[in-house]
Design a protein around this ligand. Structure first.
Ligand SMILES: [Fe+2]
Length: 185
């Protein structure tokens, strides 16, 4: 379940309060049930997944894609699986740990693991949202944000796209208000 963390260490843990805080900067957060079948549970516990296994999980949550296609116009989806065994993981993550935006929405349904999205509110105050299994987050195009993985360096998430060519980070050079070395995550 998601929580908000501020640079001074204070937190918001109540879902409706988190949703209200995010809504002010046009970010949607929901909490959805995970696939509960035995085979899906086994796949979610694996560290890595092959393409067939990813497709099995994607099909288990295909009703979410169908909803998003009709309500928001998303046209493709895939699954990203990150873990510490992936070569070049730190270099890949470094692209997203500085403040940036995209010209497409960044839409994630977390199925396993833990990550942190950082945002800048309307008063230019920064905060992070911890996302874990079951959390759905929609970061709209052009919203400043950043992303880091949790300490386990492990995440499985469905990504939904309107236009994958718009999903290149554009850096804003805004400094982070967080010292990520000292921030528990
Ligand atoms: Fe991003």
């Amino acid at each position: 379940m998601a929580k908000i963390i501020y640079p001074d260490g204070s937190q918001i843990t109540e879902l409706s309060e988190i949703q209200n805080t995010l809504r002010q900067i046009d970010i949607t957060l929901s909490h959805w049930e995970l696939p509960a079948g035995d085979s899906e549970k086994t796949l979610l516990e694996q560290i890595s997944l092959n393409d067939d296994e990813k497709e099995t999980l994607l099909e288990a949550v295909e009703h979410r894609f169908e909803e998003l296609k009709s309500s928001q116009g998303y046209v493709t989806r895939d699954m990203i699986v990150l873990n510490e065994n992936i070569p070049g993981l730190d270099e890949m993550l470094a692209k997203f740990s500085s403040i940036h935006y995209h010209t497409d929405d960044e839409v994630r349904y977390i199925l396993d693991g833990k990550g942190y999205f950082g945002f800048v509110d309307k008063k230019e105050k920064q905060f992070m949202v911890e996302v874990t299994a079951g959390d759905y987050i929609n970061v709209p195009a052009n919203a400043e944000h950043w992303f880091i993985l949790g300490e386990s360096k492990r995440i499985k998430a469905v990504r939904y796209f309107i236009d994958t060519t718009g999903w290149t980070p554009v850096y804003t050079d805004r400094p982070l208000a967080f010292n990520l070395e000292n921030t528990p995550h």
